[in-house]
Design a protein around this ligand. Structure first.
Ligand SMILES: *[C@@H]1O[C@H](CO)[C@@H](O)[C@H](O)[C@H]1NC(C)=O
Ligand SMILES: *[C@@H]1O[C@H](CO)[C@@H](O)[C@H](O)[C@H]1NC(C)=O
Ligand SMILES: *[C@@H]1O[C@H](CO)[C@@H](O)[C@H](O)[C@H]1NC(C)=O
Ligand SMILES: *[C@@H]1O[C@H](CO)[C@@H](O)[C@H](O)[C@H]1NC(C)=O
Ligand SMILES: *[C@@H]1O[C@H](CO)[C@@H](O)[C@H](O)[C@H]1NC(C)=O
Length: 536
């Protein structure tokens, strides 16, 4: 009797296991199709949340926020887009959680969405979209965490990022931790990469050196501390945080002080980081045998070989990344204090102050005023990139950190006059002598960038435009453009053809979805009247 019952259970388990798997569809495929119930608005937006049993993390705080905020939104399409997008990282991207083999600390592996690897920048931003809720998280500690616990997820990501930064501080994207048993993802694009310093492909998915990746680790750490007050987490003996922060600092210093190209007297000095790839796209490799274009020494700015789009920089002194790193250092100095490391805190504060001064001295340039403004003459704006020899790229790219997002980075007040001039240029079309990457059309008009190409505008840039605006008409117009650019799918795409909403890239881009939700939470507290608008 007993035996046959066990046998029956085993047989059932065999049948049920594949069934359970089959009932959780691959989200890459799922998110390219529309699912009922459709929203009742003119865009009939798809439902896109996985069934509860298929969600990768449950948070009662996030569910409560969805219920509460959705009730405050009048437009059925806007409500649906929010319901789908805000929980997207928790629903789909928490690939693995567990404990570190060496020190038993929490770890969380967060994928970007359709790419099965963890980016330092994306994972930080994916979690930061839940920051407004983290403060109301019930107190927990790394020795007492429940499954339904945003703070635990933050700690898991901070611990894993610390490990990544210690393993390969020049790299941007990483494989699942060995404790997960998940096999390393294949990155065929990186097969021909030659990178100095070399890295271990079992740990690293891609090794593009981007200053904002290091800044993201500092920013996330500071955000966790300020929301939870949990300084004890960083002070734990097992914590690798201070060591990782020191590695980030050392990397940034090396990329501030070492020459790019040579010292001009025939004595060749190697850059601490070089990268080449066999590719037909100039933005996927670096000039000068992997060193990048030469940079003038002594500006105090830190080089970045690649942008937050993962495209190479034209001039390595990438201004928004330096703004973000300066803010990250200032915030993380408080974390170093909490960790009981006063020397590290002092180093961070000094570096932050020097970097802020360097941005203002070398990152601000004089340019002709926008055409059609009738005034003529020149004006001062932030450059996107400079080289320290007088050359500058006057443009903006949709990815964060951008010039448009400078107030969101905490670097500058959105009312600041220099920022306002820079913002106006970022949002002005090429024909006006504005931003060469501002893309216009009947579907949407927004900042794009070279990563996907001409004619493609990025909804992420519209979200940033809303979050940096106090103008109700501008905010409402941008919301309307986002609503009509999802192709009925009800998720935020990476980029959309400005003339055809059916042509878009990346159906499963978790960061942009979380950012959209964060923006709705921001409007809910800042401009609740706008959420009462009808877009029908
Ligand atoms: C989330 O909750 C559902 C039940 O509503 C459950 O089936 C699922 O396993 C939970 N997911 C996780 C990661 O715990
Ligand atoms: C663990 O945290 C919960 C709140 O999340 C709290 O209610 C409980 O008392 C804590 N347990 C211990 C042993 O600290
Ligand atoms: C670059 O400038 C820094 C700071 O001014 C200095 O310490 C460093 O030696 C310089 N490097 C070269 C190669 O001139
Ligand atoms: C920005 O400046 C305005 C005044 O111009 C002030 O009212 C506001 O509080 C400032 N915002 C921040 C975030 O500092
Ligand atoms: C828009 O793009 C879709 C998908 O590529 C295509 O089928 C359709 O013909 C395009 N519409 C127009 C008006 O070009």
């Amino acid at each position: 009797m007993r035996e046959s019952a066990t046998g029956l259970a085993a047989a059932l388990a065999l049948i049920l296991a594949p069934l359970a798997l089959a009932s959780c569809p691959d989200y890459s495929a799922y998110s390219q199709q529309r699912h009922t119930p459709l929203s009742s608005g003119r865009y009939a937006l798809s439902w896109q949340r996985p069934a509860p049993a298929c969600r990768t993390f449950n948070s009662s705080l996030v569910e409560a926020a969805i219920t509460h905020i959705t009730a405050a939104i009048a437009d059925p399409d806007l409500a649906r887009l929010f319901e789908n997008s805000y929980p997207n990282t928790l629903d789909t991207a928490v690939r693995w959680r567990g404990r570190a083999a060496d020190n038993n600390e929490e770890l969380a592996f967060i994928i970007t969405g359709d790419i099965d690897a963890m980016w330092l920048r994306d994972s930080a931003n994916q979690l930061l979209s839940y920051l407004p809720l983290l403060g109301s998280n019930p107190s927990s500690s790394s020795s007492n965490s429940s499954d339904d616990d945003l703070a635990s997820l933050y700690r898991g990501v901070i611990n894993l990022q610390a490990r990544y930064v210690l393993t390969a501080p020049f790299c941007n994207s990483f494989q699942a931790p060995r404790e997960s048993g998940i096999a390393a993802a294949t990155n065929s694009a990186a097969a021909s990469d030659v990178v100095v310093p070399p890295y271990d492909a079992a740990a690293v998915f891609e090794c593009k050196y981007e200053l904002d990746s290091l800044a993201a680790f500092l920013q996330l750490s500071a955000a966790y501390l300020s929301a939870t007050g949990d300084g004890g987490f960083f002070a734990r003996a097992a914590s690798q945080w201070a060591a990782a922060a020191r590695a980030a600092l050392a990397t940034a210093r090396a990329m501030r002080d070492a020459p790019t190209y040579g010292d001009g007297d025939g004595h060749v000095v190697k850059s601490p980081y070089t990268f080449t790839r066999q590719t037909t796209r100039a933005t996927e490799t670096l000039a000068n045998d992997g060193a990048g274009s030469p940079v003038g020494n002594g500006t105090g700015l830190v080089r970045s070989a690649f942008r937050p789009s993962d495209d190479s920089t034209l001039f390595q002194l990438l201004v928004p990344a330096n703004m973000m790193f300066a803010r990250g250092l200032a915030g993380a100095a408080g974390v170093a204090d909490a960790a009981g490391d006063g020397a590290l805190a002092a180093e961070m504060r000094d570096f932050a102050a020097e970097l802020g001064a360097a941005v203002e001295q070398h990152g601000v340039v004089r340019v002709p005023v926008l055409r059609g403004t009738g005034t003529g003459g020149t004006e001062m704006v932030y450059a996107y990139e400079v080289d320290g020899f007088g050359s500058a790229a006057i443009m903006d790219d949709a990815n964060i950190p951008s010039l448009l997002a400078a107030p969101l980075l905490g670097y500058v007040n959105a009312t600041d006059a220099l920022y306002r001039r820079t913002r106006a240029r970022t949002l002005a079309p090429p024909a006006a002598g504005g931003n060469p990457y501002f893309m216009q059309g009947p579907v949407l008009s927004a900042v794009g960038g070279p990563h996907v190409g001409p004619g493609m505008a990025w909804p992420m840039a519209l979200i940033v435009q809303i979050m940096t605006s106090d103008d109700d008409a501008e905010i409402t117009a941008a919301l309307g453009q986002i609503l009509r650019s999802t192709d009925g799918l009800g998720l935020i795409h990476e980029s959309v053809n400005t003339f055809n909403a059916s042509q878009w890239t990346r159906q499963w881009f978790s960061w942009a979805n979380g950012l959209f939700g964060q923006m709705i939470l921001d409007l809910h507290s800042r401009k609740p009247g706008i959420l009462k608008t009808s877009f029908q």
